[in-house]
Design a protein around this ligand. Structure first.
Ligand SMILES: Nc1ncnc2c1ncn2[C@@H]1O[C@H](COP(=O)(O)OP(=O)(O)OP(=O)(O)O)[C@@H](O)[C@H]1O
Ligand SMILES: O=P(O)(O)OC[C@H]1O[C@H](OP(=O)(O)O)[C@H](O)[C@@H]1O
Length: 179
C-alpha cells in the first residue's frame, strides 16, 4: 500500500510550486492530474479541463475517488489514483482542506502537507499570478483562514520564505517517500 500525499493550504500559498519541486526531487513521485471545470488554457497546473456536464457525467459513472467544489469550480481526483496507491505507489495531490476527512476514509495512509503564508504574501502572489480577477482574488483571500478539519494529522510548513527552503523542510517531514 502506498501513500496519497495531500498538499493543502490557502489559494496562492504555493501548493503547485511545492508539488512540482517535490516531484523533481523525488524521481518516481508523480502528481495527480486533477479534473477541473475550468476553462482550458486558464494557466496554472496541468489539469484536465472539462465542462460541468462532462464532470457530472463522470462523477455519476464513478470516475472519481474524491471530488469537491470550491471557488465556483468542481474538482475530481481520478479513480485510478486509488488503484495506483493500493498497488504500492505514492502519489501527490493538491486537495481542498475541506475534503480531507473524506480523503482519510478513502486513503487510510493519507499524509497531509499543510502549507501556510501570511495574508499579505498570499495577496501579493495571487495578484502577481494574474489568473483570477480582483473579485475572484478577494473571495480566495476571504477563504484563506479556513481551518484544517479536526482529527486529520498534518505536517505544517511555512512557504513564506524562499521555495527551496520550504521544499527542504517538506522533504524532511515526508520521508520516506517512494515512487
Ligand atoms: N516560496 C515562494 N516564494 C515566492 N513565490 C512563490 C513561492 N511559492 C510559490 N510562489 C508563487 O506564488 C504564486 C502562487 O503559487 P501556486 O500557483 O503554486 O499556488 P497554489 O497554492 O497552487 O494556488 P491555487 O490553490 O490558487 O492554485 C505563483 O506565481 C508562484 O510562482
Ligand atoms: O480553500 P480550500 O478548500 O482548502 O481549497 C480549495 C481549492 O483551492 C485550490 O484550488 P485551485 O488550485 O486554486 O483551483 C485547491 O486546489 C482546492 O481545490
Amino acid at each position: 500500500m502506498g501513500r496519497l500525499i495531500a498538499v493543502v493550504g490557502p489559494s496562492g500559498v504555493g501548493k503547485d510550486s511545492v508539488m512540482e519541486a517535490l516531484c523533481a526531487a523525488c524521481p518516481g513521485l508523480l502528481p495527480v492530474r486533477r479534473v477541473i471545470t475550468r476553462a482550458p488554457g486558464a494557466g496554472g497546473e496541468d489539469c484536465e479541463a472539462v465542462s460541468v456536464e462532462a464532470f457530472e457525467a463522470r462523477r455519476a459513472a464513478g470516475a472519481f475517488c474524491l471530488h469537491w467544489e470550491a471557488h465556483g469550480l468542481r474538482y475530481g481526483i481520478p479513480q485510478d489514483t486509488l488503484t495506483q496507491v493500493q498497488s504500492g505507489q505514492d502519489r501527490l495531490a493538491n486537495l481542498s482542506r475541506a475534503v480531507l476527512p473524506e480523503a482519510q476514509a478513502v486513503f487510510p495512509r493519507l499524509t497531509v502537507l499543510h502549507l501556510t503564508a501570511r495574508p499579505e504574501t498570499l495577496a501579493a502572489r495571487l495578484s502577481a499570478r494574474n489568473r483570477e480577477t480582483p473579485e475572484e482574488i478577494a473571495r480566495r483571500l476571504a477563504r484563506a483562514p479556513f481551518a484544517l478539519p479536526e482529527g486529520v494529522p498534518a505536517v505544517t510548513v511555512s512557504n513564506d520564505g524562499p521555495l527551496p527552503e520550504t521544499v527542504a523542510r517538506a522533504l524532511q517531514a515526508l520521508q520516506p517517500v517512494r515512487g
